[in-house]
Design a protein around this ligand. Structure first.
Ligand code: SF4
Length: 468
């Protein structure tokens, strides 16, 4: 697969170069096909438990629609309830304010070690590097994230961070970095990682989690996970810091009845994820363990820009289940790292240009076949392929290409002029047309595809000949 786009930003060029290689990396494709094959098997079993999956999706979409349509009220309800539970609530406009708020907590508790459970929003704000600059060590406690941190790579997928690694890759990595047996089994490596992490849980002063949902009625913070590491990351520390995008709020705890199982079945094919926790504030007087402080940072970072757009607002319904990534033929070929953004796949193409500089990420919307498979699988019915088109329209209205001088721009002008003046087009022979195509379009077409060559005689000429 070769993806070519009209954007000319450095990131777009880099995307072109990376995807041109990744699409032909057969080892990568083999591992992804294997892991995605297992995902699809599990999910088809998981969703079979629903008597009426389409109805469940309708209801989930309505819950998210209500939450986002009344976002302001819901957030204020959450804040009031959370404060009543003894939680400190901080509002952060962007990533740097959120990192600063975390640093304030870490400094106040005089700790140099932070444990963190899996959270995409912390990737979005580059929390780890922000803390590292201040000589604070962050240890990832989710096994997939731990593997990625060991390998100094960002997560590859929003649900399965190390999806692109085989068991042999992980064994080799552990051997290289931790000195384990190069042929150790996944079970042995998991036990060893768990053994190393136990100590970190006890030493850390602050534990950080994301949130799957925020409950407006009770002020609860919902975290769902399979390893128990989020619970461990928040049990022994002095302070539990939650970083959550403002869109995570839902109106009522009763809505978890549907949202939690649906997230599990679309995310991993499970009926329910193994550990589901609702945090309602710091340790109470009669409780023996838990943090003495809980801080919730509510992050905007571009989400209100999405909210302001009546169509793109729907992207805020996302519950980060990852189903659209696994359904996307482009993602399967180019992989998660090619996007060079925390959120990849179809949902990444929709939101990244609005959470990050639009000019740097608008090219992602070109990397889509618009097959609509993402929309088909989304549990909250986000019309992803239509939103990708909406980003394309916005990019066309705010072009990053100087169409007056670029070679493609000149070609399109000439093309448009010729198509509107048939005699002009007839003047050009097939060889001249082929030269035009080669000269103006060859680089955009890609080296691995054959540029089509014009017919020796155009349809117009053939028709005229036949009639005569
Ligand atoms: S857009 Fe839909 S399918 Fe994709 S991650 Fe979000 S909820 Fe899941």
């Amino acid at each position: 697969m070769v993806i070519k786009m009209s954007g000319i930003s450095a990131k777009a060029k880099n995307f072109e170069a990376v995807t041109a290689n990744k699409g032909f990396d057969y080892d990568h494709r083999r591992k992804i096909n294997f892991n995605m094959g297992r995902y699809h098997q599990a999910v088809s079993k998981g969703v079979a438990d629903y008597r009426d999956l389409e109805l469940a999706r309708d209801r989930a979409a309505e819950i998210r629609w209500k939450a986002i349509e009344h976002l302001e009220t819901n957030l204020l309800r959450f804040e009031t309830a959370a404060r009543a539970n003894g939680v400190k609530v901080v509002w952060a406009t962007d990533g740097s304010e959120a990192v600063e708020a975390v640093l304030e907590v870490v400094r106040r508790h005089r700790t140099r070690l932070v444990v963190k459970s899996k959270s995409m929003v912390t990737e979005e704000i580059h929390l780890n590097s922000g803390l590292k600059k201040n000589r604070i060590e962050v240890v990832e406690t989710d096994l997939g994230e731990y593997i990625q941190q060991l390998d100094e790579e960002p997560p590859y997928h929003i649900v399965t961070p190390a999806m692109h690694k085989s068991r042999e890759d992980v064994a080799a990595l552990f051997h290289r970095k931790l000195g384990t047996d190069p042929h150790a089994s996944p079970e042995a490596l998991t036990l060893y990682a768990r053994y190393l992490l136990r100590d970190q849980y006890l030493q850390a002063g602050v534990g950080i989690t994301g949130a799957n949902f925020l409950l407006a009625d009770t002020g609860g913070v919902c975290v769902t996970e399979n390893e128990g590491n989020a619970r461990m990351s928040t049990s022994f520390v002095k302070s539990h810091v939650v970083i959550a995008g403002i869109e995570k709020v839902i109106g009522s705890s009763e809505e978890l009845d549907l949202m939690w199982p649906l997230l599990a079945s679309k995310g991993t094919g499970q009926q329910m994820t193994a550990y589901n926790t609702i945090f309602h504030g710091p340790r109470h007087n009669l409780e023996e363990d838990g943090p003495s402080e809980m801080v919730v940072i509510l992050l905007d970072n571009g989400r209100t820009r999405l909210l302001a757009d009546p169509a793109l607002r729907q992207s805020l319904y996302c519950i980060r289940c990852g189903a659209c990534l696994n359904a996307c033929p482009v993602y399967k070929n180019i992989g998660g790292h090619s996007y060079n953004a925390p959120y990849s796949g179809p949902i990444g193409k929709v939101i990244s240009p609005h959470l990050l500089p639009f000019a740097d990420f608008q090219h992602l919307s070109q990397a889509s076949s618009l097959c609509g498979n993402c929309t088909e699988v989304c549990p909250v019915r986000i019309p992803l392929h239509q939103l990708i088109l909406s980003n394309r329209r916005k990019a066309a209205n705010e072009p990053q290409v100087n169409w007056v001088t670029s070679s493609q721009g000149l070609m399109w002008k000439a093309w448009s002029r010729a198509m509107q003046h048939r005699p002009l087009l007839n003047l050009l022979g097939s060889r001249t047309k082929a030269w035009f195509l080669r000269f103006f379009f060859a680089s955009a077409w890609g080296q691995r595809r054959h540029l089509p060559s014009p017919a020796f005689q155009s349809f117009h000429q053939q028709w005229a000949k036949r009639k005569s």
